[in-house]
Design a protein around this ligand. Structure first.
Ligand code: ADP
Ligand code: MG
Length: 330
């Protein structure tokens, strides 16, 4: 018998209270991460990436309802008691966010922030925590750890502060790191440095990664597998190195075509129409209004994920079908 995946999300649905009514913002997310693997979750703004990642931490907004399976090492996260959830967050998963300043107390020193995470959540003695935090700051490329620990968050650049957040995440010695657009708020050079640090520490520690981004090219460069999300549903899952050759979902193909550096030297083609949020998704395929291959069937019936060979695609007419096969349904 093989071990269960470290993270197994099957048919995740998230309902949130919006204007007094429960609205479905994530319809169907399927994400699997094996121990030590890196998986990217890619999609336009509003597609449900952050909510999917937050559900793994049990960090959804008040009133959220979760359906489907969300298992960490075989254990169901949504049914954890508050006490178990605290222990789980202190040792198994950690999250790095897009905006580090929103997740650190501006009035306390960087050192207090880092050390408190270890002393309160894990019960480590203070001296031991200082030694450990200093070593982890070095690991993320902060050599003058003593000075940085005495500083307040506003004295650090965005890039340095994001390294501090990565250090805080690593201090918990998690098995899975959730990184939600960790470089989006940074300038290009700093983005590359921060991605390199995540890549290096991940490899050195055998850490699994869920990397959230709207950048398909970056996703493929950093991760083993790519999951594409659209309007609250995962629409395709495939190995990162097969992305260009094997992408079967018209949305994935459209995202690839809108990136000139990924093999098409013609002008950048943006996708016609606007992206939808999950709660706006129609009955049928949410991508239907923007899809060049749309047929009547797509309008009435939301496609479920189906095997494509080396992944899955939720599409009635994926690019694995010939144009004659698509035409037969017209
Ligand atoms: N706290 C919240 N209350 C109500 N709606 C929310 C909340 N957080 C997110 N949403 C809605 O859920 C959808 C998905 O959000 P999110 O997961 O943040 O998308 P992404 O990270 O892909 O940009 C969006 O339409 C957003 O407006
Ligand atoms: Mg987000």
């Amino acid at each position: 018998m093989t071990a269960p995946p470290l993270l197994e999300i099957n048919g995740l649905r998230i309902d949130l209270p919006l204007d007094g009514a429960a609205r479905t913002v994530v319809h169907r997310a399927d994400v699997h991460i094996t121990e030590g693997a890196a998986v990217a979750l890619v999609g336009e703004s509003g597609s449900g990436k952050s909510l999917t990642a937050r559900s793994v931490m049990g960090l959804l907004p008040p009133g959220a309802r979760v359906h489907g399976d969300l298992l960490f090492a075989g254990e169901s996260v949504p049914t954890m008691t508050p006490q178990r959830l605290r222990a789980f967050r202190a040792s198994d998963v950690a999250m790095v966010f897009q905006d580090p300043r929103a997740h650190i107390n501006p009035a306390r020193s960087v050192g207090d922030f880092l050390i408190e995470g270890l002393t309160t959540a894990r019960g480590a003695p203070a001296a031991e925590a200082v030694t450990k935090v200093t070593a982890i700051l070095r690991e993320v490329g902060i050599a003058d750890a003593g000075r940085r620990m005495r500083q307040r968050p506003h004295e650090l650049s965005g890039g340095l502060l994001q390294r501090v957040m990565i250090a805080a995440a690593l201090a918990a010695e998690p098995r899975l790191l959730l990184a939600d657009e960790p470089t989006t708020a940074l300038d290009v050079t700093t983005q590359e440095e921060v991605m390199a640090i995540i890549g290096e520490t991940r490899a050195a520690r055998g850490l699994a990664l869920l990397f959230i981004t709207h950048d398909l090219e970056l996703a493929a460069a950093v991760c083993d597998r790519v999951v594409v999300m659209y309007a609250g549903s995962t629409v395709e899952e495939l190995p990162a190195d097969h992305l260009r050759d094997s992408a079967a979902h018209p949305y994935t193909r459209a995202l690839l075509a809108s990136r000139p550096s990924l093999g098409n030297d013609t002008e950048l083609r943006s996708i016609a129409g606007r992206p939808l949020s999950g709660f706006e998704a129609p009955v049928g395929c949410a991508f239907g209004d923007r899809c060049p291959r749309v047929q009547d069937l797509c309008r009435g019936d939301r496609p479920r994920p189906r095997p494509t060979g080396d992944g899955t695609a939720a599409c009635h007419f994926p690019h694995t079908l010939s144009s004659e096969e698509v035409g037969r349904h017209a």
